[in-house]
Design a protein around this ligand. Structure first.
Ligand code: DNO
Length: 345
């Protein structure tokens, strides 16, 4: 069980993370280094050392970001891919075995509400298709917490135009091109790559999005570039679409040995392309978290998992989705499910 930590930018200290029952790992990144740049070995080793000094292990890197040049298939992609390969070799040298990334054009996870009020007085992240940006070009700068980049209005509009010319098939081609180059390097470096599903799993702002369901994941692992080409199974991302049977997807890809990392959270589906992020308990949302944990157990998965986003509770002010309290409750709940499943065999 691991916990995401944003390094020097995080107001939650490692010493607190160490006190969450059952948490042994930390998921982090070199947040100061932008997409397309090389991660030096010394910086990775320093991050790992800082985490170790608190009795924890850097169990996965989230994320080694993929540049827009690579995603859009631009003129600079070969240079950026070469840098990506250098970072992967450096991560392998530093003993990192799991690296998460995503292939969502321009915007990573996307919500229409960062403080959606729940009846118990907590707030949470939510997405409502009716509110989802009819004018995709924002008034000022555009950014969500958790994204790497803040875009100016003109820059954002320009990037949207660039992607408007790109079909889903183009994006698949660019992903295949990227993976053909990086997966053999990852494999040689002892690193497993874990792609994060698109969150939410449908197109937003008119941008193509391809990593949405079982069929897409099947196509991904079928690219034939090696077993290091795997999945970060995010229950909340896939689960926002009730057509995705999350435990079944876990059993299928888990048995193939292609799940390298797991994000555990629940969502309450409130309508077509609408949901809010509930507390982790099965009873709070639309996903059966017991069935999820049982599927993980059944496949013998032994890689890193982490409680994903929590609600804002007990007056905590912090990075939306990434406060301490509700994620820690999630970790304890998930550990309880796991103990029961293990003891029941
Ligand atoms: C959201 C996260 C994502 C994830 C990236 C992986 O909270 O799950 O931002 O880190 O998509 O590259």
């Amino acid at each position: 069980m691991s916990f995401r930590w944003y390094g020097a930018n995080d107001n939650i200290p490692l010493s607190y993370i160490r006190q969450i029952p059952g948490v042994a790992g930390v998921v982090s990144a070199l947040h100061g280094i932008g997409p397309g740049q090389v991660w030096p070995v010394a910086d990775i080793v320093r991050l790992r050392g800082e985490i170790r000094a608190h009795g924890l292990e850097l169990s996965a890197v989230e994320s080694l970001p993929v540049s827009e040049e690579i995603k859009a298939g631009g003129a600079g992609r070969d240079r950026d891919i070469e840098n990506y390969c250098r970072s992967l070799r450096n991560l392998g040298t530093a003993g990192i075995t799991v690296v998460c990334y995503n292939f969502m054009p321009l915007v990573d996870w996307f919500r229409t509400d960062l403080e959606f009020p729940l009846p118990d007085g907590s707030t949470t992240l939510a997405y409502d298709e009716k509110k989802a940006c009819h004018d995709p070009v924002p008034a000022e700068s555009f950014r969500l917490p958790g994204w790497f980049t803040e875009y100016g209005r003109e820059e954002f509009a320009g990037l949207l135009r660039r992607y408007a010319a790109l079909s889903e098939e183009d994006l698949w081609k660019n992903l295949a091109y990227f993976l053909a180059a990086v997966v053999p390097v990852a494999e040689a470096a002892g690193v497993r790559l874990a792609i994060h599903p698109d969150d939410p799993p449908w197109p937003v702002l008119g941008l193509p999005r391809i990593m949405r369901d079982r069929a897409a994941l099947e196509r991904l692992v079928g690219l034939g570039v090696g077993v290091a080409n795997g999945i970060c199974l995010c229950t909340g991302s896939l689960g926002a679409d009730p057509g995705n049977d999350v435990p079944e997807i876990i059993r299928h890809f888990g048995r193939m040995g292609r799940i390298h990392f797991v994000h555990l959270r629940n969502v309450k589906v409130t309508g077509d392309h609408s949901f809010y992020e509930s507390g982790h308990l099965s009873a709070a949302g639309s996903i059966d978290m017991y069935a999820v944990m049982a599927a993980i157990h059944e496949t013998g998965f032994d890689g890193p998992v982490r409680p994903d986003h929590g609600r804002s509770i007990w007056g905590e002010k912090g990075r939306p989705g990434y406060g301490l309290y509700d994620r820690a409750l999630g970790a304890a709940y998930l550990a309880g499910l796991w103990e029961a499943i293990v003891k029941q065999g």
